[in-house]
Ligand binder design. Structure first.
Ligand code: FMN
Length: 201
């Protein structure tokens, strides 16, 4: 059965994680509704050779061409389109991830301030008690960041920091990226291709 997932890319370092999650959702045969913030696109373009424009149609084509994604399974939505399907709780999805999730987005979400479509869609997941996986990338964390994460955890979100482990002896950056994206996919009930389970020493 094809499931519907929402992926938000906000302005944190770690664009490689978001692309890996996008490929994982669509590669597993599920539909992905993708929303990117302006800082999210800026940092993605700085850290990878994926240069998104902010135009939904153009960005869909860029992603399909670059990663060979099934176009029927990708819908890119403008972050300002707060009237989009995913802005309403009546549009049922199997969950959402924000990868990376900026501390700014964490702060808005923790306080129910839906500045744009990423935050509105995430707010909907919280109110509808759907899966919401947040991948912050910041160091160190301030008390405000930690309190916001605590509040969001109480509200049902899963905080999954972009902090890969080293016990599986990663050999390249992709191994570290896969470690995080696999955990995100697994939390969304998608069987990850690259999850290396620890089997004991
Ligand atoms: C190069 C660059 C790197 C950044 N890295 C991070 C980061 O790792 N984590 C974070 O929370 N914010 C980071 N920021 C700041 C956010 O992008 C900024 O707070 C932005 O307003 C977040 O907006 P958004 O949540 O709407 O995407 C970075 C900004 C820039 C320009």
């Amino acid at each position: 059965m094809i499931k519907k997932y929402i992926l938000g890319i906000s302005g944190g370092s770690g664009g490689l994680y978001s692309i890996s999650v996008l490929r994982g959702i669509i590669g597993a045969g599920h539909k992905c509704y993708l929303v990117t913030s302006k800082p999210g696109r800026r940092i993605l373009s700085l850290e990878t050779d994926t240069k998104l424009s902010g135009s939904a149609d153009k960005d869909k084509k860029i992603l399909i061409d670059k990663y060979g994604l099934d176009g029927n399974l990708l819908e890119v939505i403008d972050e300002n389109d707060v009237g989009a399907s995913i802005a309403s709780g009546s549009f049922r999805t199997s969950g959402m991830a924000i990868v990376p999730c900026s501390t700014g987005s964490l702060g808005s979400l923790a306080n129910g301030i839906s500045r744009g479509l990423i935050e509105r869609a995430a707010d909907v997941c919280l109110k509808e008690r759907r899966k919401l996986i947040l991948v912050p990338r910041e160091t160190p964390y301030s008390l405000i960041h930690l309190e916001n994460m605590t509040k969001l955890t109480r509200a049902g979100a899963i905080i999954l920091p972009a902090s890969p482990g080293f016990y599986n002896l990663p050999e390249k950056i992709e191994d570290l990226v896969d470690m995080i994206s696999s955990r995100v996919l697994e939390k969304l009930d998608i069987e990850p291709e690259n999850l290396k389970e620890w089997k004991g020493e």
